[in-house]
Write a protein that binds this ligand. Structure first.
Ligand code: AMP
Length: 251
């Protein structure tokens, strides 16, 4: 039987009785096949698999984005069962932030670029919640998608900087058949915008430069936050209406 544990104390009590290696998949729910790929990797490589679902308010710089973030608990529970997850940690805000966010983890260099430049405080929120989750879950391995490559790099950096006992395992981006990176936010796209969205991946993989890719996207109706090449990788964030999409590819 899958366990659903709602407080850190409840989770830790359960965790004490687990034997063998623990693989951990942190998410904000609205699970799709990208998240499932993380769960499958965790299932293959560990004795015990823990999924967390927590829409973390501190990483949302835009309160409207937080309010409309999709919640699909019933479906998520089925997805977790289908992927043989052992326990879901599904906490509430006050239990995760007993300090009311007086304490935070920040990085002062790479987190200021790309998404960090457009979403002030975003990565402080991400690193802080991931640190909390790691301390509660005590995983041996934790799985993160390359879809959020900057996040993945910053989490690896945090684990090294603080000598944390967890191995970070990267998982390749899962895409729709038309190339669009799977994302919980895709559910919020209008029909018209959903049809336009695959141009992001197509453009960043084919354009000769970041500048050219940005131009193609903006002439085709996207509000481009950035297209930037760093260390052999091309990163993009672009908005269609109120929905902000990100992607990245190796170049
Ligand atoms: P989220 O629920 O969006 O915070 O994502 C939870 C985890 O799933 C993060 O490590 C993401 O990078 C990963 N993830 C989200 N979308 C994808 C995708 N399309 N392919 C692979 N991993 C993904």
């Amino acid at each position: 039987m899958i366990q659903v544990l709602r407080t850190p104390a409840e989770f830790k009590a359960w965790r004490k009785n687990q034997k063998g290696s623990v693989g951990f998949v942190p998410t904000m729910g609205a699970l799709h096949s990208g998240h499932e790929e993380l769960m499958k990797n965790a299932r293959r490589e560990n004795d015990v698999v823990v999924l967390s679902i927590f829409v973390n308010p501190t990483q949302f710089n835009d309160p409207k984005d937080f309010e409309k973030y999709p919640l699909t608990w019933d479906q998520d529970l089925k997805t977790a069962v289908n992927n043989k997850v052992d326990a879901i940690f599904y906490p509430r805000y006050p239990d995760m932030y007993p300090d009311e966010y007086r304490y935070k983890v920040s990085e002062n260099s790479y987190s200021k670029l790309l998404d960090g430049a457009h979403r002030p405080g975003h990565f402080d929120g991400v690193l802080s919640v991931v640190m909390k989750l790691f301390n509660i879950v005590s995983p041996d391995k934790a799985y993160f998608g390359e879809k959020d490559f900057q996040q993945l790099s910053l989490i690896k950096g945090m684990v090294d900087a603080f000598f944390m006992h967890v191995q970070i395992v990267p998982v390749a981006t899962v895409r729709e058949s038309d190339g669009l990176a799977k994302s919980s936010r895709n559910l919020l796209l209008t029909k018209e915008h959903r049809e336009m969205a695959p141009l992001i991946y197509k453009t960043i993989t084919t354009a000769k430069s970041a500048e050219e890719a940005a131009k193609v996207l903006s002439t085709n109706g996207f509000e481009v936050d950035y297209v930037t090449d760093i260390d052999g990788r091309r990163f993009v964030a672009a908005r269609l209406g109120a929905v902000r999409l990100i992607d990245n590819v190796q170049i």
